[in-house]
Design a binder for this molecule. Structure first.
Ligand SMILES: Cc1ncc(COP(=O)(O)O)c(C=O)c1O
Length: 376
């Protein structure tokens, strides 16, 4: 049976990975500055992570959400401590799209309303309501297009006010740093005004931290660079370092009801063991400090490269913008210099999303290759 052919593939077959490196079947070493779409947070095959998963699967890999699972409670407490999000409640699921789907559904339950406001060039996943809130016609099927969504320009606070005051908007969903779109950020004033308007109009403010969360921006969540309080925070990607786990953190004002949300696999024992190992490693290895130091180092070097027209993003969620499309450059970096980087909807942006453990030597390796590739 052939695979359903929906992905354009690079001709590389990784079979092993360690730290910030990935190895193919010929033992060729690749520097991973993409982390498989911002997923690898604590580094590939981290020993603590391996031990936690191995021990847990030997004991109990899975049981349903019909029983007590103290690992979920431990994960929730650790997440509260590291994120500083006091008294939020955790619901666990399996992916970023699922997290946003649950966030939107909860916003609709809470407010009794059904229209969503989202922003141009955003990306929130491919499930029903999440994909409808995504500004890309190619991935929205007619079944998704039934959702009531209004897409606005980032920084257009007047339009946000007009839409919210109509009274039917259950949620605004925001990426504080756009990932797939190409690392754009709105102004602090815009984000903070959105928060005020949400509170005034009974609209839930959903922070999509699926990509920007878990320390990648230099703070635990990217919204924490601003003075605002999201009602729901969606998380996934770096949360499991490759193990599929996602979730929503729900403000204490939103009260749960049995049956409101649910999942078979979400929050299973193995996923929680992976998630706990990630949080403990972020704390023990001071990875958020490393994000800040490595980000500064990266940006300092990037500024010296004349072909780089703009440096976008924050922390280790960065983009280098050129005045040409980067697809050939990405190919060159993979095939000639053995370095993985990412692309974006903005075709002139090269995305850099390394494991949060990345060191100066890896950044140097990247820039030596980039300068060489740009000169060819
Ligand atoms: C900001 C954001 N939200 C949601 C998603 C969807 O996550 P997933 O692919 O795990 O469903 C992504 C994936 O790239 C994302 O970047």
């Amino acid at each position: 049976m052939p695979l359903f052919d929906v992905y354009p593939l690079y001709n590389v077959t990784p079979v092993k990975a360690k730290g910030v490196y990935v190895y193919d079947e010929n033992k060729t070493e690749y520097l991973d500055l993409y982390g498989g779409h911002a997923v690898i947070s604590i580094g590939h095959a981290h020993p603590k992570y391996l031990e936690a998963i191995t021990k847990q699967v030997a004991k109990l890999g899975f049981y349903s959400n019909a029983i007590q699972n103290p690992l979920q409670v431990k994960l929730a407490n650790k997440l509260e401590a590291l994120s500083g999000c006091k008294d939020y409640q955790l619901f666990l699921c399996n992916s970023g799209a699922e997290a946003n789907e649950n966030a939107l559904k909860l916003a609709s339950f809470k407010t009794g309303k059904s229209r969503v406001v989202a922003f141009k060039n955003g990306f929130h996943g491919r499930t029903s309501a999440a994909v409808a809130a995504t500004d890309n016609k190619n991935i929205i099927a007619p079944i998704n297009a039934q959702q009531k969504v209004t897409i606005l320009d980032l920084n257009d606070i007047d339009s946000v006010k007009t839409e919210l005051e109509k009274g039917d908007v259950c949620a605004i969903i925001v990426e504080f740093i756009q990932g797939v779109g190409g690392l754009d950020q709105a102004t602090a004033n815009f984000f903070e005004q959105v928060d005020v308007l949400c509170k005034a109009n009974n609209t839930m403010f959903i922070a999509d931290e699926v990509q920007s969360g878990y320390g990648r921006s230099g703070k635990f969540f990217a919204y924490q660079h601003y003075n605002l309080t999201p009602d729901i925070i969606s998380i996934a990607k770096g949360m499991g370092n490759g193990f599929p786990i996602g979730g929503i953190m729900v403000h204490p004002d939103i009260k749960p009801k049995y049956g409101m949300l649910g999942t078979t696999f979400g929050g299973n024992h193995l996923a929680c063991a992976a998630g706990l190992a990630v949080l403990e490693t972020i704390e023990e290895e001071n990875l958020m400090d490393n994000v800040i130091t490595m980000s500064e180092y990266f940006i300092k070097i990037a500024k010296t490269i004349p072909q780089v027209k703009a440096i976008k993003g924050r922390g280790l969620m960065l983009g280098l913008e050129f005045d040409f499309e980067v697809s050939e450059l990405r190919k060159k970096l993979i095939y000639d210099y053995q370095i993985f980087t990412g692309g974006a909807s903005n075709k002139k942006v090269l995305r850099i999303l390394p494991p949060l453990t990345v060191k100066k030597e890896h950044i140097n390796q990247f820039f030596e290759a980039l300068v060489d590739a740009l000169e060819e």
